[in-house]
Design a protein around this ligand. Structure first.
Ligand code: PLP
Length: 497
């Protein structure tokens, strides 16, 4: 494809995207296909010769779209939102065009006999790093995070980074915690191999934490204790304190706690004010706070009571690619002490070293991959085009619509609301058995008119209703509730027959 063809096809694609998003409401929300459907429609080998563009686009319509679950659909109420917006899409186009691989501010090959080559000629892409530090500070300030999490704050040792997912944020914070704990234990046994300390280490989370904490512990080869929550699905300080004490008495060393602000199942909030001091009372516990979805809501001052106690945290993550109109992937993570994070992840071969590492951030030491896309660009575009006021308006609209949905559910005595609705997620169930609720959800999802997913809260099957679309309206909520009520009536009648 040459520049002229790109100009034409690129503009056509913008039109295609606009048409898709504008008319999304008329499609089924979910794909109606069987596993393996695409294998029947697409050749088993890549084409040997170039194919006409129109043929490719025809296949997008006829073959690809069939298998799409439309996450941007106004009737998509599953999971959490998948952030998306025009400024973010456009910024990603530019990032793709620049194609920078921004692992370091400037990877000068020190010691490689290239001393007469100016530093600048070897720069990986300074702007990718610099914009990331700046917009992460912007976002930290917009969320009113503790000053210690900022890059540019007097005396700060902290800073923010964009990771690919919340799972990665939790994994790297656990790896950093593990490195700190091993360093601490080595004070008494400097001759021991690092691996000898692993059986001693224990991490904590709650039954409501996301499964990625369990995965991180599997990867890090450490024990994980999954603690019970109170009746509101909140992890409490006393539960953590007792568990740590018990483990310490058994010769183990608590080293990492992951708690959640806005759990996946029911958007519950752990009690940081209680958990923080328990962590601080131990010699070497890293306290991570996962706000993958709900963390974004702290951009609205009225939601900040939900983050009380965050000043105790060593690290915090929230995903703008969930609830801040930024397309996947963009998961922001802040740490109180960047050296504690990077010291767990620094591997510095000669070909990546440079003279200016003291003055600059090298994001390759802040995460797992070496290569990184220019992801801060889309966050910057979104901040600038919406402004903080526009983003607050978006979050407030979702919270308001969730409250409206909650009210509708409460008015119908056949149903019960089972979570404390504080954000854009409402959990509810039809009075009766789990089986009845499973049937209700299965029928609704099979109709293709709405899409929701279930979860288990305190052992009970519940249905999650998340407000997700950028421009979700009151009518969308009314419509969703009508569909749910109709299916409930049909189901209850069929049980009577
Ligand atoms: N933490 C919470 C609270 C979540 O809700 C999720 C996903 O929904 C995750 C972590 C995992 O997110 P990711 O897909 O970015 O790894």
């Amino acid at each position: 494809m040459d520049t002229e063809e790109f100009r034409v096809r690129g503009k056509e694609m913008v039109d295609y995207i606009c048409e898709y998003l504008e008319n999304l409401g008329s499609r089924r929300v979910t794909a109606d296909v069987e596993p393996g459907y695409l294998k029947e429609l697409i050749p088993s080998e890549a084409p040997a010769q170039p194919e006409p563009w129109d043929d490719i686009m025809a296949d997008v319509d006829n073959k690809i779209m069939k298998g799409v679950t439309h996450w941007q659909h106004p009737r998509f109420h599953a999971y959490f939102p998948s952030g998306n917006s025009f400024p973010s899409i456009i910024a990603d186009m530019l990032s793709d065009a620049l194609g920078s691989i921004a692992f370091s501010w400037i990877p000068e090959r020190e010691g490689c006999n290239l001393t007469d080559v100016a530093d600048e000629t070897l720069a990986a892409s300074p702007v990718c790093t610099e914009l990331e530090t700046i917009v992460l500070d912007w976002y930290a300030k917009a969320l009113a995070l503790p000053q210690e999490f900022l890059h540019y704050s007097p005396g700060s040792r902290g800073g923010g980074v964009i990771q690919g997912s919340a799972s990665e944020c939790i994994l790297v914070s656990m790896l950093a915690a593990r490195a700190q704990a091993i360093k601490y234990l080595k004070l008494d046994r400097p001759e021991a191999d690092d691996s000898e300390f692993l059986p001693q280490l224990v991490a904590y989370c709650s039954t409501e934490s996301h499964s990625c904490v369990e995965k991180a512990a599997m990867i890090a080869l450490v024990k994980l204790r999954i603690l019970d929550t109170d009746d509101n699905c909140s992890l409490r300080g006393e539960t953590l304190r007792k568990a740590m004490k018990e483990d310490e008495e058994n010769g183990l060393m608590p080293f990492f706690v992951s708690c959640t602000l806005g759990t996946t199942s029911s958007c519950a909030f752990d009690n940081l004010l209680e958990l923080g001091p328990v962590c601080r009372s131990r010699p070497c516990v890293w306290f991570h706070v996962d706000g993958a979805y709900a963390g974004n809501s702290f951009i609205c001052p009225e939601n900040r009571h939900l983050m009380k106690g965050l000043h105790h945290a060593d690290s915090f993550n929230t995903n703008p690619n969930k609830w801040l109109l930024v397309s996947f992937d963009c998961s922001c993570m802040w740490v109180r002490d960047r050296v504690k994070l990077t010291s767990a992840l620094i591997v510095d071969p000669l070909y990546l070293q440079h003279k200016r590492s003291d003055e600059t951030i090298d994001y390759r030491h802040w995460g797992i991959p070496l290569s990184r896309r220019f992801r801060s660009l889309k966050l910057w575009f979104v901040f600038r085009r919406y402004g903080i006021s526009g983003l607050q308006e978006y979050i407030r609209n979702h919270c308001r619509l969730a409250k409206k949905f909650e009210e509708l559910v409460r008015k119908d005595e056949r149903f019960e609301v089972v979570n404390d609705v504080k954000t854009g997620l409402v959990c509810f169930r039809l009075n009766g058995t789990d089986r009845l609720n499973q049937d209700l959800l299965a029928n609704i999802n099979a109709s293709g008119k709405l899409h929701m997913i279930p979860s288990l809260v305190k052992g009970r099957y519940i249905i999650r209703f998340a407000v997700t679309a950028e421009r979700e309206t009151d009518d969308d909520i009314d419509h969703a509730w009508e569909v749910i009520q109709e299916h409930a009536t049909d189901l209850l009648n069929s049980y009577k027959i």
